[in-house]
Design a protein around this ligand. Structure first.
Ligand code: SF4
Length: 208
């Protein structure tokens, strides 16, 4: 079973993947996708292109996910991981699949948290040294998905957080599975505002 953002995505809801988008005019437009991720993409794209009809505050991937989850949970309990009637969603490792977060969402959540905190940077040499370590670390994973608008959303946040700073290893930096950080940004921070119950690899610069 596949669960994303509290939605059971391995079960296609009746009528396929769809969402009734309410407009400020009171009309409803049916948005559809050939998959769960495609529907998210369609919803975000539609809202971004029609800010006046959908509301600018609703044109974020977080809001899209929340609205889709609310719709599915209220109409199709079989697609709602939180529903008391949904099948058990515990993996063989004992880790709740409901709590699994895709790399893009962990990175996005961390960037969101970072936005409200004071940031101080390390110098370029230290950042480059950290980036070189992350680039070859097995915990550094790709966060990009097939949802282009979702990727854009995170990329914009990364650019906003790191500004013009870059290291020669940026193209190899993804999300850290231990700390949940977007490494392109994290390597520059004197405090990454992240912690983990998992022990990082010995090579990790967080150990320094
Ligand atoms: S564990 Fe440490 S070295 Fe590895 S990706 Fe995360 S921050 Fe980088």
């Amino acid at each position: 079973m596949s669960v994303e953002f509290g939605i059971i995505t391995s079960v296609v809801p009746p009528g396929s993947w769809h969402y009734p988008q309410l407009l400020s005019s009171g009309q409803t437009v049916r948005l559809a996708g050939h998959s769960f991720e495609h529907l998210l993409e369609q919803m975000l794209d539609f809202r971004r292109r029609h800010l006046d009809l959908c509301g600018a505050a609703n044109a974020t991937i977080e809001r899209v996910r929340a609205d889709l989850k609310e719709y599915l949970c209220s109409h199709f309990p079989q697609n709602c991981a939180d529903s008391p009637g949904s099948p058990s969603v515990t993996s063989r490792t004992g880790i709740s699949v409901v709590n699994y977060q895709k790399p893009i969402d962990r990175a996005s959540d961390w960037l969101g948290k970072l936005g409200a905190l004071p940031i101080s940077r390390v110098d370029a040499a230290l950042a480059a040294s950290r980036a070189q370590i992350c680039a070859t670390c097995p915990q550094n994973v790709r966060w990009q998905t097939s949802c282009a608008p979702c990727n854009d959303n995170v990329n914009i946040r990364i650019q906003n957080a790191k500004g013009s700073a870059y290291t020669p290893y940026d193209k190899s930096l993804g999300m850290c599975r231990i700390f949940g950080t977007a490494n392109e940004v994290a390597v520059w921070l004197s405090d990454t505002h992240s912690s983990s119950d998992q022990k990082p690899p010995a090579v990790c610069w967080h150990n320094d």
